[in-house]
Design a protein around this ligand. Structure first.
Ligand code: UD1
Ligand code: CA
Length: 456
């Protein structure tokens, strides 16, 4: 029996006070809807239907890569109406699982239990017990403890409102049965909507067993309605990720001050100090130390690397044993090979720095190839840009670049060459020689420093 999944995402999310539809808001840099779709795809590869409405164009544009079937619900007439829109193409013999685009942290494990509860003949219903159930549909049971129906808050009596077991909205049931019940829904209730929840009573009337599954945690069934809840959810999610990483052998100095916004693969014995942000696809090896306030995006960090405080590393590769920072910035296409040192206030872009080379202070190296065991002195600048074009600087193995040097590209420094401090290099520097371009130092006899006039 195949599984089809329907994700409801047509609501506007008025309380977000936003020009974009609620499900496009992001949790750890990924839209709420993508979180749900990602979990759903672990269960049903090709049969995911997303019911959308508000902000439709924006949704289709931003999430065009998602492999789901989009179903438009033109008017939001209720959750039952929303599900009905998606039913047509689903084979009657399928099992249907209903999820929500604004409930991003539902887990695969819980959904697998829900699917088991919904296997042919039964109806699986995901519920949760809340200390404060206000606003939710309440699960009503008979004396024997069997579910009889769900009553929405706005239609509930005072006595029913006391019930603390609530409907999460997620359920799993046979497609043909579901289709039949959806056809019979009416909207004569407090909100004038076609409630999906009314099918529970119909299922019971048809002699079906309602099998409830209790969510493992409140967090995984929590929906997001405003930006306060979004921020709370972000912290919950970050803490979940932090705990997972610590269990994998990563030391986090403070799990409350760690943010992972993407996919991380990480080795063991990595220590991460506070306020580190990892974005996009990041790969980190073993025995890596990352200092406070560092941001790493889409980069690969090899084993035994030390990154001191306040570094920015974007789309770069950092080789084994390399030391970076504090206050270093690696811009896209930087490749640092093994045992390289990049020190404070150094910016490197689109450059390969080979084994054992050092750029320790206050330098800009862009569009360059730096050989092995090169020493680049403080304040060195590759002048790679003439206002229109970019040019390359090549520095051979073992070269020594004196401080405050400008390398006016295109230019090549031969292997083993030495550049005197303060050189402005406009022609290639010969290998193994000292090249220097600066006025000879003189001291002027009899020179008087100007003095201020003193007015009496
Ligand atoms: C619904 C449930 C309630 C449950 C609660 C859990 C019903 C009638 N009630 O109530 O029992 O406790 O969720 O959060 O189902 N949507 C559409 N199209 C529509 C209406 C809604 O796509 O026409 C989507 C919304 O975008 C949202 C979800 O369905 O993601 C729930 O809709 P909402 O109006 O928030 O339902 P609740 O009143 O919270
Ligand atoms: Ca809701």
């Amino acid at each position: 029996m195949a599984l089809s999944i329907i994700i409801l995402a047509a609501g506007q999310g008025t309380r977000m006070r936003s020009s974009k539809p609620k499900v496009l808001h992001k949790l750890a840099e990924k839209s709420l809807l993508e979180h749900v779709v990602q979990t759903a795809s672990l269960l049903a590869k090709d049969n995911i239907h997303v019911v959308y409405g508000h902000g439709g164009e924006q949704l289709l544009e931003e999430l065009s890569d998602l492999s789901v079937k989009w179903v438009l619900q033109e008017e939001q007439l209720g959750t039952g109406h929303a599900v009905a829109q998606a039913m047509d193409p689903i084979p009657p013999e399928d099992l249907v699982l209903i999820l929500y685009g604004d409930v991003p942290l539902i887990s695969r494990d819980t959904l697998e239990s829900l699917i088991k509860a919904g296997i042919r003949g039964g109806l699986g219903l995901l519920t949760v017990r809340l200390e404060n159930p206000a606003g939710y549909g309440r699960i009503l049971r008979d004396a024997a403890g069997e579910v009889t129906r769900i009553v929405e808050e706005k239609d509930a009596t005072e006595e029913e409102k006391i019930v603390s077991e609530v409907n999460t909205g997620m359920m799993c049931v046979d497609c043909d049965k579901l289709a039949g019940w959806l056809n019979q829904l009416e909207n004569n209730n407090a909100q004038g909507e076609f409630y999906l929840t009314d099918i529970i009573e119909m299922a019971v009337a048809d002699g079906l067993q309602v099998n409830t599954v209790m969510a493992a945690s409140e967090i995984e069934v929590m929906g997001i309605n405003d930006r306060v809840q979004l921020a709370e959810m972000e912290r919950n999610y970050q803490l979940m990720q932090a705990h997972y990483l610590m269990q994998q052998g990563v030391t986090l100095k403070d799990p409350m001050r760690f943010d992972l916004r993407g996919d991380l693969s990480i080795g063991t014995d990595v220590t991460i100090d506070v306020n580190v942000v990892l974005e996009g696809k990041v790969q980190i090896g073993n025995n890596v130390n990352i200092g406070a306030n560092t941001v790493i995006s889409d980069s690969v960090i090899a084993d035994d690397v030390t990154i001191l405080q306040n570094c920015l590393i974007d789309k770069s590769q950092v080789g084994k044993g390399t030391k970076i920072g504090p206050f270093a910035r690696l811009r896209p296409d930087t490749v640092l090979k093994e045992n390289v040192h990049v020190g404070n206030f150094v910016e490197i872009k689109k450059t390969v720095v080979d084994n054992g080379s050092k750029v320790n202070h206050l330098s800009y190296i862009g569009d360059a190839e730096v050989g092995k065991d090169v020493n680049i002195g403080a304040g060195t600048i590759t002048c790679n840009y003439d206002g229109a074009n970019k040019f390359k600087t090549i520095i051979g193995d073992g070269a020594f670049i004196g401080s405050d040097t400008q390398l006016v590209a295109p230019v090549t420094v031969g292997a083993g060459a030495t550049l005197g401090a303060g050189t402005t290099l406009t022609h290639d520097a010969t290998a193994e020689k000292l090249t220097i371009s600066r006025a000879r130092q003189t001291s002027i006899d009899g020179w008087k420093r100007p003095v201020k006039k003193v007015t009496p």
